[in-house]
Design a binder for this molecule. Structure first.
Ligand code: FAD
Ligand code: NAD
Length: 475
């Protein structure tokens, strides 16, 4: 094997492996180095997303949702079950099989594309050289015309609640429970807290979520956050806002947590505690002295709009750089850089990155919230269509929530779309395309949507923005 490549990618997650694949599609010689190690000591491509993030969490969300629906919704359909039982071992095996299949798939894709896949550690040296350390400790110096850093992120630690991997765990640990904890505490009502809190609540845990902020889901449109809190509370998630944890100690009867909220000092006891207060960029051991790559005060690698670090031929993508920590954002940046290094056009628009929270109801949005649009000085017009008026949602027994279109009253241009309801994560794709094409409400209004589908809610919301909805009264 030659030690000289056109491109070396460090990191094989959703940022790194697409960069490697696109560069290889562009007929460049590529190596991809990844150091992800699973609990059993095995190496696997796919990064956080495939091994301990997006995919395993969605597998558990699906299983737990089916269990919940069987217990709560089947009766309405006329289906009766004599005994409903959850086999956690089988659920976890299914999840592990999906993960194994998907991570093996990435290795297969790299091989098929002719990418040299190296499992171990990569470190950028000055002069676009890379020191590769294999699992057996042996080292090799590689060099490349371009290096792509895609080292990802890790959970943010909380001093007052140190993870022990047994009773106090991070998000990875919360994906691996082999039994349903009777009392589950979650610190952080963010995306992970809500998704994993939902999983274990649906399976029977009493879940308490301690959130430091006084606002619930401040990143979402206010109307959506309000509806979400109402629905999650109804489902039994006990979300305590303005809760600041000062100590978490493992005792004989469980994890004892001390926190303060508006009412003063509080105590709580849990069987397991999940710390999910955000993630931070991971660059430990990535950059040798003298590379010239800059890291900002929060640990992110500094890049421009094209993910260039300012050091000739060195790029960085995904969670280790600014912008939302999302797999599809990382992938898009990876693809962009895989094109740029081949001299092709590449572009990523961070204003068009959709966000999805895979709870039930799902939450999905893209573009400006109503509040952001107003703060930016737009005269806003709004169209809101509730799923209770959607025949398909009613047939699915999933009529909670709504679709909301935020548009500029002066130009009719759509500024943002916000959905809380069934399949919001799928429905939002149409809105992303609408924003990408600079669509107006009228463009969406004149687009034919199949009946009966959930997508009609987005159509009707666009109509409602001009008080022209058909399937609900216009106010
Ligand atoms: P990572 O996926 O973290 O990959 C980085 C890789 O680089 C890792 O394999 C790491 O081991 C390796 N690496 C780091 N340094 C080195 C080095 N020096 N040498 C060799 N290898 C190195 N996002 C979504 O969009 N949708 C979701 O549904 C979603 N769900 C999530 C659920 C959970 C529980 C978590 C924790 C995250 C979730 N995310 C989700 C976020 C998503 O996982 C990340 O945004 C995404 O994985 C970022 O991709 P990345 O390639 O930048 O980094
Ligand atoms: P997050 O930023 O979504 O939420 C963290 C929450 O913890 C916030 O509400 C914050 O106010 C709160 N918090 C911070 N410090 C606290 C403290 N000391 N005590 C109590 N609460 C505190 O972070 P996350 O949920 O850990 O997720 C990390 C990243 O992973 C996110 O950036 C997200 O984009 C990504 N992710 C995405 C998905 C998805 O796309 N569906 C799913 C999971 C994770």
């Amino acid at each position: 094997m030659s030690d000289l490549f056109d491109v070396i990618v460090i990191g094989g997650g959703p940022g790194g492996y697409p960069a490697a694949l696109r560069a290889a599609q562009n007929k460049l010689s590529v190596a991809c180095i990844d150091g992800w190690k699973n609990y059993d000591g095995s190496y696997a491509f796919g990064g956080t997303c495939l091994n301990a993030g997006c995919i395993p969490s969605k597998a558990l969300l699906e299983s737990s949702e089916l269990f919940h629906r069987a217990g709560h919704e089947f009766k309405a359909h006329g289906i009766s079950l004599s005994a409903l039982k959850m086999d956690i071992t089988a659920m976890q095996k299914r999840k592990a099989d999906i993960v194994k299949g998907m991570t093996g798939g990435i290795a297969g894709l790299l091989k098929a594309a002719g990418v040299t896949a190296l499992q171990g550690h990569g470190q950028l040296l000055p002069g676009r050289k890379v020191l590769f350390t294999a699992p057996d400790g042996s080292t090799r110096e590689l060099s490349a015309k371009n290096v792509v850093l895609a080292s990802g992120s890790v959970p943010m630690p909380l001093k007052s609640a140190a993870v022990d991997g047994k009773q106090i765990v991070d998000s990875w640990g919360a994906l691996e429970f082999d039994a349903v904890p009777a009392r589950l505490g979650v610190i952080g009502a963010g995306v992970i807290g809500l998704e994993l809190g939902s999983v274990w609540a649906r399976l029977g845990a009493k879940v308490t979520v301690l959130e430091a902020s006084a606002d619930f889901l401040p990143i979402a449109d206010r109307q959506v956050s309000k509806e979400a809190l109402k629905q999650f509370t109804k489902q039994g998630l006990d979300v305590r806002l303005g809760a600041k944890v000062s100590a978490a100690k493992v005792g004989k009867a469980g994890v004892d947590v001390l926190y303060t909220d508006a009412a003063g000092e509080q105590k709580a006891q849990f069987d397991k505690l999940v710390v999910a207060i955000g993630r931070k960029p991971f660059t430990d051991g990535l950059l040798a002295e003298g590379t010239g790559v800059r890291v900002d005060a929060r640990g992110f690698i500094e890049v421009d709009a094209h993910c260039h670090t300012g050091v000739e031929g060195v790029y960085a993508v995904g969670d280790c750089v600014r912008g939302p920590m999302l797999a599809h954002k990382a992938k898009e940046e990876g693809v962009m850089v895989g094109d740029l290094v081949a001299g092709n056009y590449g572009h990523t628009d961070l204003d068009r990155v959709p966000s999805v929270i895979y709870t039930a109801p799902e939450i999905g949005w893209v573009g400006k919230t109503e509040e952001q649009a107003r703060a930016a000085g737009f005269t806003v017009k709004l169209g809101v269509f509730p799923f209770v008026a959607s025949g398909r949602a009613r047939a699915m027994e999933a009529s909670g929530g709504f679709a909301k279109v935020v548009a500029d009253a002066a130009t009719d241009r759509i500024l943002g779309v916000h959905i809380i309801g069934p399949m919001a994560g799928e429905l939002i794709a149409e809105a992303v395309l609408a924003l990408e094409y600079g669509a107006s409400c009228e463009d969406l209004q004149r687009t034919i949507h199949a009946h009966p589908t959930l997508s009609e809610a987005v159509h009707e919301a666009a109509l409602a923005a001009d008080k022209r909805a058909i399937d609900m009264p216009n106010r």
